[in-house]
Design a protein around this ligand. Structure first.
Ligand SMILES: [Zn+2]
Length: 164
């Protein structure tokens, strides 16, 4: 399993190639978005928010928002380290907090927060795709670097089947 430093270095090293690749496919704006999303995904929204990690410390005093994620999800579980599933769970955590805070601030309509993603997909499909691809690509890099790209549950399941 790679250390936090290895994950950070790889994220920094791969962010530009990912941004350039996305830019050549989806246009320059999407390239910048994919580059930024990849960096944010690797350095702040890492699957390792399920443990005391560099990513968690980067949130500083806001790190508390990941407390339920860390408490409920075992380290390297499918819910944090599963392809697509992990990103979806972390985005849901962020969405949950955003809706909660917006419901406390009268000036913000929580419904607007909930409809932001469908609205973005409809009105800015390429940029939204670049955002989601950048986030998910950073997770795949993380999983490949761990050398064991399967979540802990899947590895246990495979071992049990091999023993049979
Ligand atoms: Zn990890």
């Amino acid at each position: 399993m790679a250390s936090g430093q290895h994950h950070d270095r790889a994220t920094l090293g791969w962010s530009l190639p990912i941004g350039l690749a996305a830019g050549s496919l989806l246009g320059p704006t999407a390239g910048v978005i994919a580059f930024t999303a990849f960096l944010f995904g690797g350095l702040w929204l890492s699957p390792d928010l399920d443990t005391q990690s560099n990513a968690l410390h980067r949130w500083g005093p806001l790190g508390g928002i990941w407390w339920p994620y860390r408490r409920l999800i075992p380290h390297r579980s499918i819910w944090s380290h599963g392809p697509l599933v992990g990103t979806a769970v972390r985005l849901l955590v962020l969405l949950g907090w955003t809706v909660l805070i917006s419901s406390l601030v009268p000036a913000i309509n929580p419904n607007k927060v909930l409809t932001a993603l469908p609205w973005a997909l409809q009105n800015h499909p390429q940029e939204t795709a670049a955002l989601l691809l950048g986030l998910e690509a950073s997770v795949w890099l993380h999983l490949l670097q761990d050398g064991d790209p399967w979540p802990a549950e899947w590895t246990r399941h495979q071992r049990r089947r091999r023993r049979r």
